[in-house]
Design a protein around this ligand. Structure first.
Ligand code: DGJ
Length: 723
């Protein structure tokens, strides 16, 4: 297209450049241009502007501040870049046609404005101009969360031949030319969600998972270099709503434009589309805010809580849990569990969970996985009578399972050695413990797991399932599938995993499901759409947890963060029980200690803390979270949880090592902490402090919370007068 033609086509849709001032209601979030082939998709802070060119290309024009025109002579890229023709943008779609042609040429065909779950959605259909490939882009507007969702459907619209899809992401966006910094969260076992910031220089930066274990997240923030404000400044953000193998690419061109694309990681994957068949990607969200990193957190947390979490238990308060794993590990029996349950009930716990060790042949980590019936050696009468006694103590009962794995030393593996992921003539990589991964892409495996878990839930009064998955994926072979299906194994696996959990949840809607993967190995919105809460890390040391919580709370709702008071002294520091409780009160409080060894004063303290937590948990689990002081910036962490109307808040202060004078070294900064989200004119009282404070004072001048000394903590309940 010549520059002149492009400018006149921009003019045709110029009515779409709208002022930023008003916030679009859901019903007018998508506005079509006069020509009917250009659209402005508006969120509270951004516009995503796209248009069909005279040549029939669907172009992405601008994503960001609504009053900022595209300002470039050419569109930065296509709405759905493909492998074909010139090579510049990262392709969202790469395919091979039956005759071996590997280039795609898409043309706009039609579009539709529809409503999906109450949100306006633009659906654009493009077709290859020769081959029977139909590609549908969906863009769903979520103005109140400052985001859009994108996903893609590809269909083989012909009568013969196979179209091989070698790569299909959920979507991409282009950012205006600028210098940018990317913040993302990576990690390893025990070091989940470590924030990393890096400049996006020319080239491609890829975040990806290939083995189903991330210990990080696909969530990212991209900010113009130098804009680091916590509560103000531009930030583009997003995440892939998919578990297992995902990827996000950031490509910076020499021109300065940055393209972000993400979705399923097609590394070692391929989908063979038969005539008449289609494939739909998971959703990816892309957002833009001018409220800095805090604006990103607010949007992500509200979206996860209101749109992602499973609806049946979404609004219920999470119970206080006791899990006996650290106390008894694999060596479980009825008498000892009942003794623990009795103490747990006295402490105020509401849910008693037996972790690993309860099922047939489970003498240690090397045996039993796959055989999901009770070990009669440990529980001669089965689980049901014990659960009844636990219920009689006023406690609900929960159980650990690891359905996706199998030990070679199990009846299941002896009967079906071909049910695991494997390649013929290649080794089976057992990992640390002799443990293999079932091939959940197989329908017989999915049926077996469904039946085992359904029976377990139907025969026992179980109210909570901790779903673990410890081993990383290896040997991703699916030799029993037709040749053309074998390389879709990871994709089919995740589809079946989702279906399995969804089916169980539909049948047992009152059962809580917790997502655990050797700690936080699978923290993503795909899992969060099916699980009520997450186990973020196997490290329960309060200091490590302060850092992990800081990241987790930047990305996900506090009401999904399981966290236990634990005994083990990971760093030989002997931190106080009080400190441990205060740290765990920032999420879903749990206790994981051997409480049978606790003395009276420990029990008294625990009773008090659990009662305190119950008093504030509505605000903690459902309120908005502000990370007022990050432990990465100072030697302490300060978290504020605030009710929706700003009249009630809880502040947690956790000191790490103390600095002399309680100031931050190298600065003269006072330790005053500025609160957020209160009502400026309201008068607040802080239960643990004297006097009263206006909201304005607390937010503008700040306050010195009286928490002095290394590894000391405080919990402050802040309430507006009249509450
Ligand atoms: C790993 C989990 O992360 C732990 O919490 C515990 O459930 C063990 N597995 C049990 O084997």
């Amino acid at each position: 297209m010549t520059k002149k033609r492009f400018l006149s086509y921009l003019l045709a849709c110029s009515c779409l450049w709208l002022p930023a001032a008003s916030s679009p209601a859901r019903e007018n979030a998508i506005i079509a241009g006069q020509d009917g082939k250009s659209w402005a998709i508006r969120t509270r802070s951004a516009v995503y502007h796209l248009a069909v060119s005279p040549k029939g290309e669907v172009n992405a024009l601008h994503f960001g501040n609504p009053s900022q025109p595209a300002g470039q002579a050419r569109p930065p890229g296509h709405e759905l870049p493909v492998r074909g023709g010139t090579v510049s943008a990262m392709p969202v779609l790469e395919a091979v046609f039956p005759d071996g042609v590997r280039d795609i040429e898409l043309e706009y065909k039609t579009h539709e404005l529809l409503e999906i779950d109450g949100c306006q959605t633009l659906k654009i259909i493009q077709r290859d101009n020769y081959y029977p490939l139909e590609v549908t882009s969906f863009i769903r507007a979520l103005p109140e969360y400052d985001m859009i969702e994108k996903w893609v459907e590809v269909a083989h619209a012909g009568a013969e031949g196979v179209i091989r899809v070698e790569n299909l992401l959920s979507g991409s966006v282009f950012l205006p030319k600028d210098l940018y910094e990317l913040t993302h969260y990576s990690g390893a076992w025990g070091h989940e969600l470590v924030p990393q910031t890096t400049e996006l220089t020319q080239g491609v930066k890829t975040l990806q998972v290939r083995d189903f274990k991330s210990y990080g997240a696909s969530t990212f923030l991209v900010r113009p270099k130098g804009e680091t404000g916590a509560t103000a400044g531009k930030a583009w953000f997003g995440t892939v709503c998919h578990s297992g193998n995902w990827r996000v690419d950031f490509q910076k061109a020499f021109s300065g434009t940055v393209q972000i694309a993400g979705g399923i990681n097609f590394w070692d994957q391929e989908i063979h589309l038969q005539p008449g068949r289609k494939f739909t990607t998971p959703r990816m969200i892309f957002g833009y805010t001018e409220q800095g990193s805090a604006g990103v957190t607010t949007a992500l947390v509200a979206y996860a809580r209101e749109k992602i979490l499973p609806a049946p238990l979404r609004d219920r308060l999470r119970p206080v849990l006791y899990n006996s794993w650290y106390a008894t590990t694999f060596d479980v029996n009825e008498a000892q569990q009942l003794a623990l349950a009795k103490i747990a009930a006295e402490l105020g716990v509401e849910l008693f969970v037996i972790d690993d060790g309860w099922f047939k042949g489970r003498k240690d980590g090397g045996a039993g996985l796959g055989d999901w019936t009770v070990d009669r050696g440990k529980f001669p009468d089965g689980l049901a009578p014990m659960i009844k006694k636990i219920n009689a103590l006023g406690l609900d009962f929960g159980l650990w399972v690891e359905p996706e794995m199998v030990n070679p030393d199990s009846d299941l593996y002896r009967a079906h050695p071909d049910w695991v992921l494997h390649f013929p003539n290649r080794g089976r990589h057992h990992g640390r413990r002799p443990q293999l991964m079932l091939n959940l892409a197989r329908e017989d495996v999915a049926r077996y797991l469904y039946k085992s878990l359904r029976d377990l839930l139907a025969e026992n009064n179980i109210k909570f399932i901790k779903w673990d998955a410890n081993k990383a994926l290896s040997d991703a072979g699916f030799p029993s599938a037709p040749a053309g299906e074998q390389r879709a194994v990871r994709i089919r696996y995740v589809e079946n995993l989702y279906r399995l959990v969804e089916t169980l949840r539909a049948e047992f809607p009152e059962v809580w499901f917790e997502n655990c993967s050797s700690g936080g190995g699978r923290l993503d919105l795909g899992m969060m759409a099916r699980f009520d809460c997450n186990w973020p890390s196997d490290i329960s040391d309060p200091v490590d947890r302060i850092f992990i919580h800081d990241s987790y709370l930047a990305l996900f709702p506090a009401g999904t963060m399981s966290t236990w008071v634990a005994e083990k002294d990971w760093h030989r520091r002997s931190l106080s029980l009080e400190y441990k409780f205060d740290v765990c009160m920032a999420g879903i409080l749990g206790v994981g200690c051997d409480i049978s060894g606790w003395n009276d004063s420990q029990r008294k303290l625990a009773r008090g803390k659990i009662a305190h937590y119950k008093r504030i948990r509505e605000t903690v689990q459902k309120g908005g979270v502000s990370r007022l002081v990050s432990p990465h910036d100072e030697n302490r962490s300060v978290l504020q949880y605030t009710d929706a109307d700003g009249r009630k808040a809880v502040v947690f202060v956790y000191n790490l090592a103390e600095y002399p004078g309680n100031t931050v070294p190298g600065t003269r900064r006072s330790p005053l902490v500025r609160l957020r989200g209160l009502r400026p004119d309201a008068t607040y009282r802080i239960k643990e402090m004297k006097g009263s404070f206006t909201g304005r004072r607390l937010m503008e001048a700040g306050i010195d919370f009286p928490v002095k000394g290394a590894y000391r903590s405080g919990v402050f309940e802040i309430t507006a007068d009249g509450e």
